[in-house]
Each structure stands twice: as structure tokens, then as C-alpha cells.
Design a protein around this ligand. Sequence first.
Ligand code: PEP
Ligand code: MN
Length: 351
Amino acid sequence: MIAVMSADATPDQIADVLALLREIGLDPVIGEFAGATLVITEAAAAPEVAFAVETAAGVDRLVMVSGAQQLTGRDFCPADSRVEVGGPDGAVFGGDGFVVIAGPCAVESQSQMNGVVDSVVAAGAAMLRGGAFKPRTSPYSFQGLGVAGLALLAEQRSRTGLPVVTEVVTPQDVERVAEESDMLQIGTRNMQNFALLREAGTSGRPVLLKRGMAATIEEWLLAAEYLMHMGNGDVVLCERGIRSFDRSTRFTLDLSAVAEAKRLTHLPVIVDPSHSTGRPHLVGPMSLAAAACGADGLLIDVHTDAQAALCDGAQALSGAQFTELMDRLRPVAEAVGRTLWQPRAHGLTRV
Ligand code: PEP
Ligand code: MN
């Protein structure tokens, strides 16, 4: 149950609503959304208490939602949310546009970034990706360039005018990553890092929240709930494959989760066909399928020298493969009423 306080509600009025709910044994939590204070309880109150809350001073409206999925659910927000990234010249997830994010798994060097970015921009990518802080399974694998990588990615943002997304792995780095990028990525391995979610929830930046590789859809949406109740409504979900028994693909891409998540939540949902399949020849078919089943965009690994890549080269598309994929995506997106998001401003010439 969500009591949305009016913009001019006083601290005393908020305290009164909290007291009303505590009196009947509920455990309300304060949240923030679109500039309003929210008083949220997982359980719905009995009708007479709900009426008392609804008519209490300072309460704008009461939304009856029971269960843990409060702010992410369609009861609270029936229409699809739009998440704007990178300001007016950036990209919008969740509308008619289909947003393709592309770039290398990891930022490696300036020349690597120049090469990859030139080719994905020429092919029409709407946003750039590149990891500076890499959460690697082995401590002996390349861990990313860290702060230096952030600077190299930010350089591509100014060079092209395209928004950039990059992963943040610890709560202490959230502020820094938020300063140097347009969108924070929380990866599969950190989907339930609640301290990180809380920090990202107050960062003021949109968050790309990947599904945990062994997370249920419910757990994924509750991770988004952590971000939202801290005041961050700009959350984009990303299906990136779950663990299964089959090793012929890196993970098992769960496209049913895209349609199901979109039924359960108003948040946009995109798909990562690269980390899920781990195989370049599967990235194309899964990208088309993602567009067809209602995803709001894609996150694709591209590298111009995959053999030499320091991270996940085995799944990266070449620039030519990415260009071909973009050409095949266009009609599929259009068939389901979407258009590939066209960047409004970029410094590089499109070929
Ligand atoms: C990534 O996108 O770079 C990444 C590490 O993905 P995931 O968290 O899905 O493994
Ligand atoms: Mn990767």
C-alpha cells in the first residue's frame, strides 16, 4: 500500500501517517518518487485504516497494492515508464524507440575505443557501453582500467555526443561513476548487492539493472524496488541469461522473462544477447527475437579485434557483423511498432 504525500506535506503530517500505520502493527517504510514522499507498507491495511490514511492531512492519494512489488508494479504506475538517458539529445527507453547500446565488454585503450565507437556509431547505435570496473569470475582475469577507463569512456561521450553506460561494482564508486557516465549498470553478479542498490538509488542517474543469473523474475523486480524506493524511478531492466544445464550457450536467454516482466512492471526491459549466448552467431537471431517479443532495446558487445580483446572477445560482434545486424533489426522493430532510436546529435559522420 502506498500513501503518496502531497508535495507540500509537512514532516508532522508524514509522522502522523507513519503513526497511524504503526498503531495497527504495520511496518511502514519511507520512500521517494517523482519528488513526492511515499509511505509504503508491504501489507495492505484494513479498509477503515486505509480510509483514515487516505483522508489524513498531507496525503495526496492512496494506492492499494499488496505484496512486495509496490513501486515497480503496474498498480502504482499502469502506463509504461519512459526512462530518458543523457538529457534531451540522449535516448529514451520505453517509448516507441528501440534503443541499441553497443561497445566493447571492457574499455581497454583509447585506440580500441576509437575503433569500436567509430564503427558502432556509423552503424547507428543509440548509446555506448564499456566496462571500466569489471566484476570478473577469476581474480586473475583483467579487472578493468578503473578510473582511467571511465575517463576513456567519457572521452567517447564528448566525441560522439552519445550517452554512455558503464558498470559500477561497489557503493563507494557510485558517485564517481555517476559523474562520468549517463547511466549506471548493475551487473548480474551484483543484482542483490543491496548496499549498492541503495547507493545507486540516490545517485540521480538512470540505472540499467541486469537480472541475476540465478534470480527469479520476482527477485529481479524486487532489486528494482530497492532502487525505486530510494527515489530513483529511472530503472531499465536487462535480461542477460540465466544458468541452465546446457553448456552449448554461455547462459540460457530467457525471452519469456521479457514478456512476463513487461506484464508485471511498467519499467522498460532490454536484452543482452551477448553475455547470455556467449556466441557471436547467436547474437543476431536472439536480437531479432528480443525485438519481436517486445523488448525495449539491446545491449550488444562489439569489438574490432575480438581475438585480442581483454574481456569476452569470444562473444563480441565485429563492426561489420554489428552493421549487418542493425540493418536486419530495423524491419523487425518496425513490424512490432517500434523504430530504432536515432541519435539526435553525434560528432561522427554516419556512413
Ligand atoms: C557486462 O555487461 O559487461 C557484464 C559483465 O554483464 P553481466 O553482468 O550480465 O555478466
Ligand atoms: Mn562481458
